[in-house]
Write a protein that binds this ligand. Structure first.
Ligand code: FAD
Length: 398
């Protein structure tokens, strides 16, 4: 093993959360903090736009930038992946065998996508009518399928457990339904949403609104249905009914899969994990419940809210304020209230902007009823939020 290096603050992951925190920690003229970001990838993605890429609105290239271009100038980028945490020794070990010690640690390594968990998925994804918005590599296949669809059954799935942006599995379905209508194939098409969840949305206000849209669009919903296998040859998706335990096979002509996800293995196997594998933090201060010099945010944390970039926008200032307070041995006063947001695109030019907190109370930004479909909110998602992300959030400004 190569000799240890030390940094005052080490951030694990240079995605949405890691870069936002790094930018906030290194910004300002008099800032002398020594911050290192450990990130293996040389690319950074604005994933929320993959919904519109899958719907043919954008080329996927607009969602990709080099990691170097988003890395704050005063942060040191260590291009490696963490493989082990030694939290009792304030150290981590990387895949290449480097040992890095720290005074403070921020864990922001995102969520793991388990493509292998569904037999038949890995073999069929990207062809034979099977597609997914949940990867830069396959997101093109969604639009190919929607665009070339000639009628039949278009099936959309959502697994049990946490996924990135809980609304995304249904957004692409609404867009596909709209695309089929515009292409004149809607009357030959059955649109089916098969989800492990018990209903369409966790927050009452938006659930009522979305139920009306589903009725208007004549979408068939099968709740408490978990995808457990894909048989690419007969084009059959096998589901387990989570209430009766019975297996149900559905023929598809197009299948959009939201794959099962989990905490990354290297976190789940570490002393930082809770019983489900996520980094265990206090849900208000975002400080680790057992290691006082460790904080976490974003998809890899066990915060009981929907995993979104919008949530990270509110979590990052709390992590930074509390980390700075902890450095001064002062009380942690910043509190995160669980705010998250899900811009549910319900068609081309239509969007319901769901915003809510830990208690699932709406926390709306605009002075109008956000559960109504609006063109203005669609424009917000399409043009304004990406700009906010690249120029504001990742620069530590909003
Ligand atoms: P990521 O941004 O995924 O970053 C994690 C980083 O950790 C990656 O760069 C990865 O390379 C790195 N990493 C992994 N393993 C290691 C390791 N061993 N060592 C070091 N680094 C490692 N959010 C919204 O707010 N609104 C939306 O409309 C929305 N829609 C979405 C639609 C889709 C299809 C998808 C996929 C996501 C959507 N999201 C949306 C969710 C949003 O993109 C994520 O919640 C957000 O990117 C999570 O940020 P993160 O930093 O936690 O993880």
């Amino acid at each position: 093993m190569s000799p240890s290096v030390h940094h005052q603050v080490v951030i694990v992951g240079g995605g949405s959360a890691g870069i936002t925190v790094a930018a906030r920690l290194t910004g300002g003229w008099f800032n002398k903090l020594d911050v290192a970001v450990i990130e293996p990838s040389d690319k950074h993605y604005y994933q929320p736009l993959w919904t519109l890429v899958g719907a043919g609105v954008f080329d996927k290239k607009v969602t990709e930038r080099s990691e170097a271009s988003v890395m704050p100038k005063r942060a040191k980028w260590i291009r490696d992946a963490v493989s082990e945490f030694h939290s009792d020794e304030n150290a981590i070990v990387t895949r290449s065998g480097q040992r890095i010690t720290y005074d403070w640690l921020v864990v922001a390594a995102g969520i793991q996508i388990n493509w292998n968990k569904i037999p038949g998925l890995k073999e069929s994804i990207g062809h034979d009518g099977v597609c997914s918005n949940y990867s830069f590599e396959y997101v093109d296949s969604t639009w190919e399928n929607i665009h070339n669809f000639k009628g039949g059954t278009a099936l959309f799935t959502q697994p049990s457990g946490a996924v990135k942006c809980g609304g995304a599995p249904q957004k692409i379905m609404y867009l596909a339904e709209d695309a089929f209508r515009r292409a004149g194939v809607r009357d030959k098409t059955k649109v089916v949403f098969a989800a492990a969840s018990p209903n369409i949305f966790a927050v009452d206000k938006y659930r009522v609104a979305l139920a009306k849209i589903i009725e208007r669009k004549q979408i068939e919903c099968l709740f408490r249905h978990e995808l457990i296998q894909i048989r690419p040859q007969p084009k059959e998706a096998v589901f387990k009914n989570l209430d009766s335990g019975k297996l149900v096979s559905i023929h598809y002509d197009m299948l959009h899969v939201t794959p099962p996800m989990s905490a990354p293995n290297f976190i789940a196997q570490s002393s930082l994990a809770d019983k489900d594998g996520w980094v265990e933090v206090d849900k208000y201060t975002l400080r680790h419940t057992r290691f006082a010099n460790v904080f976490s945010l974003g998809d890899c944390s066990n915060l009981p809210t929907s995993k979104t970039g919008a949530a990270i926008r509110k979590q990052a200032p709390v992590v930074v304020a509390n980390l700075r307070a902890a450095m001064r041995a002062a009380p942690l006063q910043a509190k995160y209230d669980g705010y998250t947001s899900c811009p549910v695109v319900t068609g081309y030019g239509k969007l319901i902007l769901a915003e809510f907190d830990y208690e699932k109370n709406p926390r709306e930004t605009f002075p109008f009823d956000q559960s109504k479909e609006r063109w203005s909110m669609y424009l917000l998602k399409k043009y304004v939020l990406p700009l906010f992300y690249w120029k504001g959030m990742l620069k530590g400004r909003t």
